[in-house]
Design a binder for this molecule. Structure first.
Ligand SMILES: O=C1O[C@H](COP(=O)(O)O)[C@@H](O)[C@H](O)[C@H]1O
Length: 225
């Protein structure tokens, strides 16, 4: 397994550079396809990247945007990744993009996963995926000790997998390993010394202990203190 590691002088520089890079990859993909798909994480890290990416000059009306994973909470919850996406990415020029939802307020997450996957499957493979990582080495909602981690990382995994884990306060749905690894361009965004140490500590560990290892091959990891 090999990946590139890029360290930036600060978080602002990272956000500007990464947003430019994602926009360039989307433009390049749009030159070869009618529509392209971008997957992005939720959580606390990607906001500044979204703030720059949403202004990128590209044909957003041909871009489908979805989350790498969602917490099964309504959109008015402060923990909703969808709310973050609407507020920070699907605005400015990127307001023209189409959101592929990862949440249904009318359904329980296990039943909804299959229904939601039906709208995502035709838009695969992902052109670009940006992933986050927790200090516990989870990425998307692929958590160590999660109930369906093996299934989500298996070769014939479904597109979207419901997930419950000791480290996650609510049920989740997550894109599976094969969907994330099928992306043309893969990026991981991490901030801070703790996560950098966690990434280094993940080396050599099996994916059920360090799920980040399941998606690192061929990725570019972007880090700033
Ligand atoms: O719960 C989640 O956590 C990860 C990492 O989030 P961060 O707040 O530590 O940046 C995130 O990538 C994922 O999308 C989210 O659902």
């Amino acid at each position: 397994m090999s990946y590139d590691f890029v360290a930036y002088p600060d978080r602002d520089m990272l956000a500007i550079d990464l947003a430019n890079r994602l926009a360039g990859e989307l433009r390049q993909a749009l030159a070869h396809a009618d529509r392209v798909t971008l997957a992005v994480p939720g959580g606390t890290s990607p906001g500044p990247v979204f703030d720059d990416l949403c202004a990128a000059d590209l044909d957003w009306s041909r871009v489908d945007v979805l989350l790498t994973d969602e917490r099964w909470v309504p959109e008015d919850s402060p923990r909703s990744n969808t709310a973050l996406l609407r507020r920070r990415l699907l605005t400015d020029r990127a307001a023209a993009a189409r959101l592929l939802p990862l949440y249904r307020p009318d359904m329980e997450c296990d039943a909804a996963a299959a229904a939601l996957a039906e709208t995502i499957a035709p838009e695969l493979p992902l052109a670009v995926v940006l992933l986050g990582m927790g200090a516990d080495m989870h990425t998307a909602s692929l958590f160590p000790g999660a109930d369906r981690l093996d299934e989500a990382l298996s070769r014939d995994a479904p597109v979207l997998v419901p997930m419950r884990a000791p480290g996650a306060p609510e049920p989740r749905v997550t894109l599976s390993g094969p969907v994330l690894n099928g992306a043309l361009h893969k990026h991981v965004l991490i901030f801070g010394a703790e996560k950098r140490a966690a990434l280094e500590g993940a080396r050599g560990k099996p994916a059920h202990e360090a799920p980040i290892n399941a998606v690192l091959d061929g990725a570019v990891v972007h880090w700033a203190e």
